[in-house]
Design a protein around this ligand. Sequence first.
Ligand code: ZN
Length: 372
Amino acid sequence: MWRRTMTERSHTASITRLFNAVAVWVTFIQCTNGIPWTQEKFRHQAVTLTQNETLTALSHSDVEQMWQTYLRPLLVTRYPGSAGSHAVQELIKTSLTSLGAGWEVMEDRFISQTPYGTLPFTNVIATLNPSAKRRLVLACHYDSKYYPPQWHGREFQGATDSAVPCAMMLELAQALKEELKAQKSSSPNLTLQLIFFDGEEALFQWTSTDSLYGSRHLAQKMANTPHPPGATNTNQLHGIDLFVLLDLLGAPTPSFGNQFPSTVHWLSRLQNIEQRLHSMNQLVDHPNSVQYFWPDRPVGQIQDDHIPFLNRGVRVLHLIPSPFPSVWHTFDDNEQNLDRSAIQNLNKILQIFVLEYLNARPATPSSPQDDL
Ligand SMILES: [Zn+2]
C-alpha cells in the first residue's frame, strides 16, 4: 500500500489526482499510526545524537569504575549453583536496583538435568519500564564454564566469556542512568531490557541438551507469557524489538561480521557510531586502520544464547567477534589478557547505540537546567 501511494503521488498531473493522492496519503498516515504494535519494530527509526549530545552522553562512561565495581567481582568461578554464581546474581540485582532509574529486576529460577545431575539455574531479567510494550534487549551469560576438580589450582575466570559483557551492561545502566530515567517518560512504549543468562556453557560437552540451559528456558517461558498482560495473541517474545547478544568481548581489536541479513542495518549503525566516535577522538588505541564492525562481511552462524529466540522468530544482533579471542576456553581467559582500550571503546559505542535506538537525547550542557 505504501508503494502504491508513492507511485500515485509521483504521477499526479491534475488537481483531482492531487486530491486523491492527498486522501490516500492521509489514509497512509492513519494506517501508520494504526499498525499493530508488533509491527512497529520493523519501521523503527533511531535518532542520531549531535556531537554535543554524544559528548554529554559519554561524560559518565568510566571504564575504571566499571572495572572495580562490576568486572572484578564477576571474575570468580560462577558455574550454575556455585557460590560464585550466587554472589554474581546478587551483584547484578543490587547494582541495578540501586541506580534509582527504577529497574524492575526479576529472576527466572528453574532446575534442569545435566550430565552432573540436577542443578539449579537462575536467569536475571531487568526491565527499565515494564509497562512499555516494546523492548530493546541486551543479553549476555554470567555463568562461567565448569572445569572438573582435576583442574584444581587453576581457576577459569571466563573474563571475555562472559564477565566483560555482563560488566559492560551494568556499566551502561550506571553511566546512562539519568538518560534512561528520562527516557521512561519521553518514550513510554519503548524500553530497555537486560537479560543475564545462567547456564550458557555446556557442563560436560556441547549438545542440544547440555548447553544454553538459561536461554532455552527463558525463551520458552516468554513465549508462554502473554504480553502485554492479558493479551490473547501476543506474548513477551513479540515485545522484543531487537535481541542484542554480547559474548566473548574484551580481547584486542575485535571484528564483528554479519550473521543475519534482517538486522544488518543495525550492525551498519554500530559501524557508523564507531566512525563518528573515531572522528570525535572519543576512541582510544583506535587508529584509522582499525575497524570493529563489518556489516559487509558475512560470517557463519554461531551457537549461542540467541538460538532459542531466533528459532521463535526474534530478530537478533549477535555481537561476538570473528574470530573468537585466542584465549577462548583456556585458563588464559583472565583479567591480565583483557584489552582495556577495546572495552572502553565498545562501552562508548554500545552506549550511544542504545540511546539512539531508544530515542533518548541527553540534555546537553547548553540547556539552562544543566548549568551546574
Ligand atoms: Zn564459553
